[in-house]
Structures are given as C-alpha cells and as structure tokens.
Design a protein around this ligand. Structure first.
Ligand code: HEC
Ligand code: CU
Length: 332
C-alpha cells in the first residue's frame, strides 16, 4: 500500500523531464525562468506556512470571549499595533525583494546579443514559416515548422503574423512571445545542450490551434553549418521517370499555386516551403511524423487530419498521388 502511494505521488514528476518542459530547462533563458519561479515559490511557501502556523496556534489557544468586548486594553492594543506594523513592513520588503529578483531575471531573459543568429518566424493558421535571412540572398532560405539552431550561440527570432495573433513558446528553451500582425516582436534564446525541443503555439488562433506545433533541433555548430549549407541549395531534381512525372503533376494539379520549391517553377507562397520537405522530421506543423505513409495520407485528404486546415483536399488519382509522393520524398 505504502509503495503504491509513493509511486502514485511521484507520478506527476514523470512529466518533469523531456522535450517540452519548463522544469527541465535546456536554455540559458529557461534556466533563469525556473530559477526565478523557484525563489518566488520558496518565499510564497514560507509565508503560507507561517500564516497557517499562526492561525493554528491562535485557534488552539482561543480564550473565552471577554465580558465587555468593546473595552480597550492599552497593552494589547499597543502590541497588536506593533505586530501589524512589522508585518506590513515585511510585506513591503518581500514584494520589493521579489520585484528585484524578477527584474534581475529579465536582464538575462531579454538580453540582446549582437552576434545572435537571426531568424524570422511568421505565424500562419496553422503552421510556422521560418526564414533564415543572410546579407546575401544566396545564403537565405525558407523552411517551415522546424527550426534548426547551433548550440551555445544566441538565436534571435523576429516574430510576425500573417493573420491572427499566435504565440511562440518552446518551454525547454525560453518563455512565450506573441506574434502580432503589423508588429515585430523579438525573442532571444541560447540552447545549452543539443537535442530536439518541442514548441507550441500558445495563443488560441482558431480551429487547428492545438495542431500548431514545431520542433527546435539544437545541433552542434559544425553540424548546423553543414545543414545550413545544404538547405541553401535548390531542390534536388527528380532522377527517375516517376519523380519527373510527380514534379509535373505538382504543377498541373495546383500544388505549386500554394507551395514553393526552390529551383523549380513552383513558387506559391500560401503554404509551407517544400524545397527540402523530405528531410523534415514532421509534417502539418508537428501533427504527424514525416513518413511516406503519413505524407500520402496528408496529400490525399488534409481535411481528415486537420479539419479546417487551409490546404484543400485535392482530387488526385492514386497513380498521381504516388508520383507526387515519390517526387516529394526525393526532396531531401
Ligand atoms: C490552397 C493552397 C494549397 C494547395 C493548393 C496545396 N496546399 Fe499543401 N499546404 C497548404 C497549407 C496552408 C499547408 C499547411 C497546413 C497546416 O499545417 O495546417 C500545407 C501543407 C502541406 C504539406 C506539409 C508541409 C509541412 O511542412 O508540414 C505538404 C507536404 C503539402 N502541403 C503538399 C501539397 C501537395 C502535394 C499539394 C497538391 C496536391 C498541395 N499541398 C496543395 C496549402 C496548399
Ligand atoms: Cu495558436
């Protein structure tokens, strides 16, 4: 029985580690946030315990009501006046102290670093456009729903929205920041350790808000550099007949109106960039892992997977679906 109780009590702790947890910080900023929360929690718990103890003691030592409740007792009045004064002062000190702790924490959380890697992230219903912009257009590229960053280097994300308000939140790395149409918000964070961290839209933005996630892949700097060089390149040209057919169908069946594939005639801007879709880990904003089966299911009927999504169900024959799928699979 006791073992079962202990096991049960530790159950909530099982959620305290992993790729989306404020309690398992992997970034400088999230560590600072946890640190601040811990101080607030300790002080609040100490105050709460003190109040409960005083309350308990006073209830146990309660005296019978006085015969004349309205009569003043000078000594008692003076003592209670002093107690109220001291406690008022303590409240002031605690509130001021916590404000200082909070401001000091914000210095780390909102610190700006000139050498930060800058990304632009645009929120769409219900996916994330990620733009790596460099001085030279040859070094700039666009991807979606997946952010790769080097570990140890500050990353600055410039946040904007194409439609409604969204909120960028990667609990393991830093706090939240809203994406608002016509306004540029900024957030900086530094991943301490390599790993995959899950991010989630944290502001209700419509029907598929819950399926608006993304992944942050923190890579060692040299691996990040290799990925970036690869991502800079145009899409692979299809090598076989079926792939070539798929590329043609991608245009003929209207996919190219909404999707860009760099180096091809497909230049649509309404949906996620698919130049390197084959190398992404998930599709449909973290809704499904990226496998041939899920990709086929998505293209065949996106409305079944994400009802209301802005990608319509396209009428495709099974041969056409297979060709398009084969083509997209090659876009590593
Ligand atoms: C009217 C515009 C539109 C058309 C036409 C369209 N798509 Fe999409 N597509 C979208 C949008 C918007 C999304 C993002 C949906 C979401 O995640 O909610 C998307 C998502 C995708 C994704 C997942 C991308 C990712 O990174 O998660 C793939 C793959 C895809 N579309 C392929 C296709 C193919 C193949 C066709 C043609 C048969 C097509 N799309 C036609 C708008 C369109
Ligand atoms: Cu949302």
């Amino acid at each position: 029985m006791r073992t079962a109780l202990v096991l049960f009590a530790t159950l909530p702790l099982a959620a305290c580690a992993g790729r989306q947890s404020v309690l398992d910080p992997q970034g400088l900023q999230s560590s600072q946030i946890l640190h601040t929360i811990f101080i607030f929690l300790t002080v609040a718990a100490a105050v709460w315990i003190a109040v409960v103890v005083v309350l308990g003691v006073s209830m146990l030592r309660r005296k019978r009501p006085a015969d004349q409740p309205l009569a003043l007792h000078q000594g008692f009045e003076r003592t209670s006046g002093r107690v109220v004064f001291v406690l008022g002062l303590a409240t002031l000190v605690i509130v001021l102290g916590l404000s200082i702790v909070s401001y000091a924490g914000q210095r780390t959380i909102f610190a700006k670093d000139e050498n930060a890697l800058t990304l632009k992230i645009i929120g769409h219903q219900w996916w994330w456009e990620v733009r790596y912009e460099a001085d030279s257009p040859h070094r700039s590229f666009v991807t979606a729903n997946e952010i790769r960053i080097p570990t140890g280097q500050p990353v600055k994300v410039e946040l904007e929205s194409a439609d409604v308000i969204h909120s960028f939140w990667v609990p393991s790395l830093t706090g939240k920041m809203d994406l608002i149409t016509g306004q540029k918000n900024e957030l900086q964070f530094t991943a301490k350790n390599a790993g995959v961290y899950r991010g989630q839209c944290a502001e209700f933005c419509g029907l598929q808000h819950a399926h608006m996630a993304f992944a942050v892949l923190a890579l060692p700097p040299d691996e990040f550099g290799r990925w970036r060089d690869h991502e800079n390149q145009s899409a692979n040209s299809p090598t076989d007949q079926l792939g070539k057919q798929g590329e043609a169908l991608f245009r003929a069946r209207g996919c190219a109106l909404c999707h860009n594939i760099s180096g091809t005639l497909a230049g649509g801007q309404l949906g996620p960039d698919l130049t390197h879709i084959g190398s992404r880990t998930t599709i449909a904003a973290g809704t499904l892992p990226n496998t041939p089966a899920t990709l086929a299911a998505w293209i065949a009927d996106p409305q079944h997977i994400k009802p209301g999504t802005l990608m319509p169900k396209m009428p495709l024959q099974s041969g056409e679906l297979i060709a398009i799928l084969h083509y997209l699979e090659q876009l590593k």
